[in-house]
Each structure stands twice: as structure tokens, then as C-alpha cells.
Design a protein around this ligand. Sequence first.
Ligand code: G3P
Ligand code: CA
Length: 265
Amino acid sequence: GASARVSISPFKENSTVIVAHRGASGYAPENTLDSYRIGVRMQADYIEIDLRLTKDGELIAMHDETVDRTTNGTGLIKNMTLTEIKALDAGSWFNDKNQAYGSEEYVNEKVPTLKEIFETFGKDTRYLLETKAPEDYPGLEEKMLKLVEDFGLTRHIAVQSISKESLKKIRKRNKDVPLFQLFWYKNPASISSARLREISGYANGIGANFLRIDESYVRKVKNAGLLLYPYTVNYPLNMEMALRWGVDGVHTDYPDRLMKMIPEG
Ligand code: G3P
Ligand code: CA
């Protein structure tokens, strides 16, 4: 727990924030209602959702820019209508790849829209929304915030992006939503004080790939008054290390593994 923690809702918070990465995506096909449902059941603080826009401007949950890996179809999301995407099977690939947790229930699972996700879970969870490649999807931020407001979920979301322009756009429209600047480090992570100061001007925290960070990076980010949520930490030994370093939250495909390690919120 850090002094910089943002308290964003009456929702019970774990002492280290658990983010169910693409839902509990170790147990069910990522970014589907099933993976989110398991994440909520495991009492993750957030379910993480990758957002993109279809050709007809609908917000959907999908990580990649094409449907190829996580459905039985092919093609770019931005060239497909929601109807075309809804015709795809977004679950069977998981069964083919993941014998341990595969299930008949996942066969012909559909790609969810953000609206369907909000309708399903409402205020039972919080949502860490990621704007993916926002330069490819004009209007994504506005549509996302509009939907969040329509559902009265402003205090139930946080937003993350690799794009600082996207985060700044959101900050301009809404001062309350916690924002996270994402980094993906190819080499051992380092960050300058100037960059940390800049980020403090438009965001509340940082998300960075766990395997490239170390304790001194964690300290530096925290000393700058920013939250740090490393991703994606799936092995218990790595979870223990992240907790020892004092990170504020952890993205994981296996929220139950992390839950076992942290004291009651
Ligand atoms: O949660 C951080 C993480 O989602 C960023 O990486 O590729 O899984 O979207 P990615
Ligand atoms: Ca993501």
C-alpha cells in the first residue's frame, strides 16, 4: 500500500491492487465475458480490457489489431463491422491452445462490446480500460467516456495507454479518472526525472513490463509520487518479488495466485 494510492470508490480494495489482465485470462479466453466473470469472482480490484473500434464505430474488447489470433476469423478490426465480428468464435482457440483450462463452455463465445461488459458487471467491479493504438481509432476516447458516464461508472474506471496523447485527451475531459502511462521496455528499464515529472502532469501512475524493471526503478517511480503496476506477473516467485519491491498493483492472468499472497485489504 502506498501513500499515493488513489481511493476511487467504495469498492473494497486489496492492499496491493490486483488487475485481472484481459480478465482472468489464464483460465478463460482473454477479453471475453467468461474471463472477466472469473476475474470478478476471484475478487480482482480491476478487470483489464483492451479497447478498439469496429468499422462502424462500436467499442469492442480485443487485444490485437486483427481478429486472427483470438477468433476463427481473419482481418483488421477497423475494417470489420460489429455484425461481422459478432459472427466469430472467440473461445475455441483457447481450448485448442490450453488443454488444462479449456472448456466446452467457451466454444463459440462472442467478442463483447464495452456496453455489454458494463451491462453484465455494472458496479460489481472496476474496469482498467486500455486505449489501444488510439491514433488508428479516432473518437475512441470520447465514445469510451460517454459510455462510462451513461452507466454512471466514472468512479469505477481507470484508463491506461501507451499513448500519452490519448491520456491527455482523457484528462482534459475528465479530471477524476486515474490514468496510467504504459511502457514496454525492451532493455532494462530506466526513466529520467524529467519524464517522471512530465507524467505526473497528466497521469497517476505507470504500467511497465515486470521482466525489465527492478527495485530501483520501483523506488524511483514511487518517489515521484506515481503509482506503479507492473505487468504481466504470472509466476508466484515473481509475484513475491513484485510485492517485496512495494509495487502498488500487479497485472496478472491468475488473480487467485496473487490473492493468496496479499494480506486482507
Ligand atoms: O495491463 C498492461 C498490459 O495490458 C499492457 O500489455 O499487451 O497485455 O495490452 P498488453
Ligand atoms: Ca492490455
